[in-house]
Design a protein around this ligand. Sequence first.
Ligand code: ADP
Length: 225
Amino acid sequence: MTTILQTDNLVKSYMIGKMEVPALRGVSLQIEQGEFVAIMGPSGCGKSTLLHLLGGLLSPTSGKILIDGEDLSKVSDAKRTDIRRRKIGFVFQRFNLFPTLTADGNLKLAEKIHSGNGGNSSGNRLEVLRLLKLEDKMHHKPLELSGGEQQRVALARAVINSPAIILADEPTGNLDTENSQIVLDMFRELNAKYGQTIIMITHNPEAAAVCSRTIKMRDGHIVEE
Ligand code: ADP
């Protein structure tokens, strides 16, 4: 097995004025390629902070993060951005889709940001849209889509560039049961078909049940696997 993500005694505190707010108090974790991991725990325990650190969106106060063997603290900002762009796809609870672009336009933009050029591999876009059962919605703008469909477009956008790692922050948090199920099925299919490593924060035990591993956090620590 290949370790795709590793943290070593990861600590993160936020400063609010002169007050230090500890969010992570020493998290050591190893995730193998192809794992589908749920992160659970009460609100405020540090789940989002951990996910943002893993994705290189935040810097730790201390401790190490290795993505595919590369120590994020030892690379330049430019290299870190490059690793993030090439290896990681984010799915947030709020979909963050561009409202004026169609589903296909949102995907094109993601390709463009990724590759730095025109993003014209429409074949890949079509395959992803098909996989997420969105072919007949590709010319719709976000407001013309249901919540579940918007989340599927957000998921399509996260996977369009075939990242090795997908980080998802409560991807079913705003969805009803039926749409949650559809989105979870999609995650499972992506994980099974492409072996993408998925790390998903969730409060929903049914969502955690589709994962191959559950990490429970409390008060800035991992308390249970
Ligand atoms: P969770 O995702 O489990 O709800 P978070 O990682 O969002 O937890 O937050 C962990 C702790 O860090 C909480 O006490 C929260 O208030 C604090 N926190 C999170 N983000 C910030 C921030 N940008 N500035 C200050 N404190 C923050």
